[in-house]
Design a protein around this ligand. Structure first.
Ligand SMILES: [Zn+2]
Length: 206
C-alpha cells in the first residue's frame, strides 16, 4: 500500500495491529475518523488511554474492574461458595446475561496453550487452587470453551485439587465442541450451567 502521507501511514499501521483488522480495513477506519468531527477521535483516544491507565483487576476474581473488588465479588446476595472458572471477562458477561447463575467467578486470563507458549504459571491458576484449599469453596464449575486448550486447563486444575474436598462440575455441552462461550445463545448457556455435570463424568465420556 503506497501512502502519500506519513501521518496517514502511521495511523493505518497502528490500527492494523488490532486483531482482524487488515490494512484495507484500517485505512477505511482511519479515513472514517478523519471525516468525523475531531472530538470523536479525541474521545476515542481518551477512553482507550484512561482505560489503560486506570484499569484494575478484581483482587478476588481477577476480572476487569473499576474498583479493587468487583461488583459481583462484593455483592452479598451472590452465593459465596460456588465459583465458576472462566477464561476472561467475556465469559463472565455471557454467563451474567443468562441470569441463571448466582455464584461467583474466577477469571483465569486465558487457557493453557503450549502452542502459544502459555503455561499454567501464566494464568491465575495458583490463586484459584489456594482459594479452594482454604476451604471456603463448596463447588467449582468449569466453564471454559470445549477446545483442546480448555480441556487441558480443566484437567490441570482438577489434578491440582486432587484430595481436596470440593465438588467439581463442568457445564453441560449443549454448546458444541470448539464453540466459544460468548457465542452461545443465552438460553443454551443458561441451561448448560443449570444442567452441569460432575467433571469426572465428563472425563469418562471423552
Ligand atoms: Zn471480582
Amino acid at each position: 500500500m503506497e501512502f502519500s502521507s506519513k501521518l496517514l501511514e502511521n495511523a493505518v499501521y497502528e490500527m492494523s495491529q488490532l486483531p482482524g483488522i487488515g490494512k484495507r480495513t484500517a485505512l477505511r477506519l482511519v479515513l472514517h475518523l478523519l471525516r468525523q468531527p475531531e472530538t470523536q477521535t479525541q474521545h476515542l483516544v481518551k477512553a482507550l488511554g484512561t482505560l489503560r491507565e486506570d484499569v484494575k483487576f478484581c483482587k478476588k476474581c481477577h476480572s476487569i474492574s473499576d474498583v479493587e473488588v468487583c461488583d459481583i465479588c462484593s455483592n452479598p446476595n451472590r452465593i459465596q461458595d460456588i465459583v465458576c472458572v472462566v477464561e476472561d471477562i467475556r465469559d463472565v458477561m455471557a454467563i451474567e446475561s443468562t441470569s441463571q447463575y448466582r455464584g461467583l467467578y474466577h477469571v483465569l486470563g486465558g487457557k493453557i496453550s503450549p502452542m502459544d507458549g502459555i503455561g499454567p504459571q501464566d494464568l491465575k491458576i495458583h490463586t484459584l487452587v489456594e482459594k479452594v484449599k482454604s476451604g471456603t469453596i463448596k463447588e467449582l464449575i468449569f466453564a471454559l470453551s470445549a477446545t483442546m486448550e480448555g480441556d487441558t486447563t480443566n484437567f490441570y486444575i482438577y489434578k491440582q485439587l486432587e484430595g481436596v474436598e470440593v465438588k467439581i462440575a463442568t457445564i453441560a455441552r449443549g454448546i458444541g465442541v470448539n464453540d466459544e462461550l460468548e457465542y452461545a445463545d443465552e438460553v443454551t448457556l443458561g441451561r448448560s450451567i443449570i444442567n452441569r455435570i460432575p467433571f469426572e463424568n465428563a472425563l469418562k465420556s471423552s
